[in-house]
Design a protein around this ligand. Structure first.
Ligand SMILES: [Mn+2]
Length: 626
């Protein structure tokens, strides 16, 4: 018998608002799927209508953006005066897709728009002094930032001194002192009347493009065609696919599938993805990593050029450059992970290779680990490029269920990326280390920091203490369950209902169902390290597949009683669509107290029903006799 690999988090009971329940029924959505939606904040009739209605209806009025009027006026003046405008992006996929959208929108308005992407290593985040100098030398009189700039007080002041206006469009947290920009379009502003605060940088750029096209060209519909780019940035930035972001994703996927722009089509072709099958996983695992790879190990400007390309030959050439950057990134990551795992005593992955020294870019040195292997957090630094630190930290955190800080030495300092375990709030934890840091930023799940090399050990010690105080009793990674049901309640109707929650992605994950009270009927290893299962319930069986779980084939015996957590999926079998469980974890049936409670409750109700039937039969018999 195999114990659960993860700590299953069962959903709290929820009472559905009667009007909401009624609205769901009218739209043909069952109670179980309605409960999942309600737990995700779609809990009244109005929100349900927006969720299930047409995608466009879920977009907000762009004129509600802070400083919307000023933005329109300033760009109208720029167009009238034939000004040259620089669009300053960021080097990640959110910044690059935001940049492409605004460049395309400004060009559509007849403006001359120059894209500028800073270097991750030399310029870092925020509007850079180097870009202000380039703007000045190129006769630019207006800079529009995307996905960055809210903290760039000195750089905006420097631009002003040179007679260059700056419009900031961004979604990052605002500092106390704001830059003296002409406009600061950031839904995070305390005085923002914009209804949605979860837009990514590319979502803000999309909304600004809608604003400008509507107000200056009377053609907002054209701007809606940028939704594919906004979708890539939104997913890449792990912004929740709910609310306006979900509407953007629905519009964007439609565009990606039906008429992908040249650069995206070329990227998908090289990755072997058919456009009509694109979903948010394609966006998150195929498109975003390739765009990011340019900024990590190459030149992010190549990715910007790819997004702006309108000719297939040029798009294909640039897609090749990004494909190569992506495989370099993959090799670097594999090597760094092998080194990190071995230094941490986690055991290596078979086939992992040490990174090619040519890829090291002059980096040398050994891996330094702080704290023991069983500590509350993993803290290490090694000879790795800045661009892959976040990827290494993310993998280590995923694999071990512990927060991870992964750094590299840059000059006299250590730069590091931090990824959380879903429990410890990294922003709070780093605040507690503030006096040891040169700078830090980020949010609960992901953050970055820089500290003088001499303070690294002190930082590690402090962070471990903070993490220790927040350490969970159960060290296993968690698995959030959306519904817990006796297996009899799982059917094709539930699968269809849950499919209406899509598109799924960060913040709106694929619903997971704890299917309780099954018997292993058949179990066999499948090619590629998977396990195929046939699970029996009362009257019939369910097909199931557990990807990446070869251990189940060896560890489960036929006849064993199990509970599984699974995503409901369907597959074609003999010309028929049948339900299949995409199994994420398996546990002995009833081993989780909540699973036992659900099964016990169900059994009690069944026996109460049986008793009622018996009593009715007895009463009928008695009546017949009397
Ligand atoms: Mn962003």
């Amino acid at each position: 018998m195999i114990p659960a690999r993860r700590a299953w988090l069962f959903p709290d009971p929820i009472r559905l608002d009667p009007a909401f329940r009624e609205a769901a029924r009218e739209r043909g959505l069952g109670t179980l799927a309605s409960a999942v939606l309600a737990r995700r904040g779609i809990s009244d009739a109005g929100r349900l209508a927006a969720f299930l209605g047409p995608a466009e209806a879920g977009l907000n009025d762009p004129r509600l953006l802070p400083d919307a009027g000023t933005v329109v006026e300033r760009l109208a003046a720029a167009r009238a005066g034939g000004e040259r405008v620089m669009v300053f992006g960021d080097f990640d996929a959110d910044g690059l897709t935001a940049l492409a959208q605004l460049v395309l929108a400004l060009r559509r308005l007849g403006l001359e728009a120059l894209p500028y992407v800073p270097s991750r290593l030399d310029e870092g985040h925020g509007l850079s002094m180097a870009s202000v100098e380039v703007a000045d030398a190129s006769g630019v009189t207006l800079i529009v930032t995307v996905d960055t700039g809210s903290s760039s007080v000195a750089e905006v002041a420097a631009a002003r001194r040179r007679g260059i206006d700056v419009i900031i469009t961004d979604h990052h947290h605002l500092p106390e002192t704001l830059p003296a920009a002409v406009a600061l379009v950031n839904p995070q502003r305390a005085d923002s009347a914009y209804p949605d605060r979860s837009l990514a940088g590319s979502g803000v750029a999309f909304t600004v493009a809608r604003l400008l096209l509507a107000e200056l060209e009377g053609d907002e519909a054209w701007a809606l065609g940028l939704a594919d780019l906004a979708t890539i940035g939104t997913v890449s930035d792990v912004a929740p696919v709910l609310g306006e972001n979900r509407s953007i994703a629905r519009l964007g996927l439609e565009r990606l599938r039906s008429r992908p722009r040249a650069g995206i089509a070329a990227l998908m072709a090289r990755a072997g993805v058919r456009p009509e099958q694109a979903d948010l996983e394609t966006v998150g695992f195929v498109l975003a990593p390739r765009l990011n790879a340019a900024g990590r190990v190459g030149d992010a400007l190549d990715a910007a050029a790819l997004l702006l390309a309108d000719e297939a030959g040029e798009a294909d050439r640039l897609a090749g450059v990004l494909e190569a950057a992506n495989s370099t990134r993959r090799d670097l990551l594999r090597g760094a992970l092998a080194e990190a795992r071995s230094a941490l005593g986690l055991g290596g992955e078979p086939g992992a290779v040490a990174p090619d020294s040519a890829l090291r870019d002059g980096l040398a040195g050994e891996v330094v680990v702080a704290g023991g292997p069983d500590g509350p957090a993993l803290i290490l630094r090694g000879p790795w490029p800045v661009g892959i630190l976040g990827l290494v930290a993310g993998r280590l955190a995923d694999e071990t269920g512990r927060p991870a800080i992964v750094g590299t030495v840059v000059g006299e300092a250590v730069r590091a990326s931090c990824r959380g375990d879903g429990r410890l709030d990294l922003a709070d934890a780093l605040d507690a280390c503030d006096d040891l840091l040169t700078r830090h930023g980020g949010h609960a799940a992901a953050a970055g920091l820089e500290t003088p090399l001499a303070r690294w050990d002190g930082l590690a010690e402090r962070f471990l203490a903070v993490a220790e105080s927040a350490r969970p009793d159960d060290g296993r990674p968690t698995l959030a369950v959306d519904l817990a049901l006796p297996s009899q309640y799982v059917d094709y109707g539930l699968f269809r209902d849950l499919a209406r929650l899509g598109p799924c992605g960060p913040g709106n994950p694929e619903p997971l169902v704890a299917v309780l009270g099954l018997t292993v009927w058949r179990v066999r290893a499948a090619a590629g390290g998977h396990t195929q299962l046939v699970l029996r319930r009362d009257r019939d069986v369910l097909d199931a597949i557990a990807f990446g779980r070869p251990d189940l084939a060896a560890g489960l015996a036929e006849g064993e009683r199990v509970d599984v957590v699974a995503r409901l999926s369907s597959r074609m079998f003999g010309g028929l669509e049948t339900l299949q469980l995409d199994v994420r974890d398996v546990a002995p049936s009833g081993s989780h107290p909540r699973a036992a409670a659900v099964l016990g409750h169900h059994a009690a109700r069944l026996s109460a029903d049986a008793r009622a039937v018996e009593e009715r039969a007895a009463a009928a018999a008695a009546g017949g006799a009397g």
